[in-house]
Design a protein around this ligand. Structure first.
Ligand code: NAP
Length: 310
């Protein structure tokens, strides 16, 4: 049975996006879930680079956001289901879940006390995995998996360069790619060597001077420079669909747009609970410090996720 929901909740939003924008925490209405939805009491939610781009006004500038009053931030969430809509049969009040609240054109995101999601966009968090850790996984693991899907199955011995290999998406891509059979090299900062090698990948801190890899998964957004690292006829998969670099020498180029996938997320959560997938928390901050959380990610050099605990 649904618990009595409050009629309002608190959420981090940006009213006037731009380089000097400030993230505010405001009261927003909280409605009962519609058919197929669940309301989650947020325990932990993370700031991703996409949130920085929302606050800076990038997504408004390309016409992707048309919120009249304010725009919410946050895609990743972990928490407890407090209400289920009609037709939701596989989740119940009290379930610990993690989920992906995709898209940028919302008045409220996951950086909030409550968030409403499609039940199909969440998965149960196994016992033994803390919600703070679970919140670091949805966007990054789904992006990494879907990025590698674009590259298809490797032929025996096929080589893959993952750029940004110590980043949130890149780190998951390293391990997933190795499991799929790629011979993986990670490009990261010199100080990230131990992390990359612990994932079983070879380490480089610069692109090769000549084409050297069958494929590149470019999570550092090195773009044309990374395409140049791919052998003739190879594959390049990026992370910015609005800016896919041109191919050359028969190299095919594409980019991922991550989407919710509860089965893949459930698998990632189980892998993390079993200790086979790393969950990295850079820092935790309270909801009142959501603005600082966004600035921390914007400043760069973050390893793991900045997690907001409402
Ligand atoms: N299309 C989609 O659906 C989708 C989904 C998720 C993420 N993304 C995008 O994917 C990108 C990565 O996201 P993320 O969450 O993994 O970010 P992240 O955790 O900040 O990781 C990016 C990593 O790349 C490293 N890097 C950048 N330039 C480098 C260089 N020249 N050499 C070596 N390392 C370099 C960064 O190091 P420093 O911190 O030291 O600079 C950082 O470790 C972002 O652009 C994000 O917007 C796209």
């Amino acid at each position: 049975m649904n618990t009595q929901l409050p009629t309002t909740t608190r959420a981090a939003v940006v009213r006037t996006p731009g380089p000097e924008a400030v993230v505010e925490v405001v009261d927003v209405p909280l409605a009962a879930p519609a058919e197929g939805q669940v309301v989650v009491r947020v325990a932990a939610a993370t700031i991703n680079p996409v949130d920085v781009a929302v606050v800076s006004g990038f997504w408004h500038s390309v016409g992707a956001i048309s919120q009249p009053e304010h725009t919410g931030i946050g895609w990743d969430v972990a928490g407890t289901v407090v209400a289920v809509g009609a037709g939701v049969t596989d989740l119940a009040v009290g379930d610990r879940v993690a989920g992906l609240h995709g898209g940028v054109d919302h008045p409220v995101g996951t950086i909030a006390e409550h968030v409403t999601l499609a039940a199909s966009d969440v998965a149960r968090v196994p016992d033994g995995l803390a919600l703070t850790e679970a919140a670091t996984l949805p966007l990054n693991t789904l992006t990494a998996a879907q990025l590698l899907d674009l590259l298809g199955e490797p032929t025996p011995g096929a080589t893959l360069l993952v750029t940004g290999a110590a980043g949130a998406v890149g780190g998951h891509a390293l391990r997933l790619a190795a499991a799929r059979g790629w011979a993986v090299t990670g490009l990261a900062r010199p100080s990230d060597r131990a992390y990359v090698e612990a994932a079983g990948a070879a380490f480089v801190d610069a692109l090769p001077e000549a084409p050297a890899f069958d494929a590149v998964a470019d999570t550092a957004v090195l773009a044309e420079a990374a395409v140049a690292a791919v052998v003739d006829g190879g594959l390049y998969a990026g992370v910015i669909p609005l800016a896919v670099p041109a191919g050359e020498r028969g190299v095919r180029t594409t980019a991922v747009m991550a989407s919710a996938d509860d089965a893949t997320l459930a698998h990632a959560l189980e892998e993390a609970a079993a200790g086979r997938l790393d969950t990295r928390v850079h820092v935790t901050l309270p909801l009142a410090e959501a603005d600082k959380a966004v600035r921390t990610v914007a400043a760069g050099g973050v390893r793991g996720r900045v997690v907001v605990l409402p």
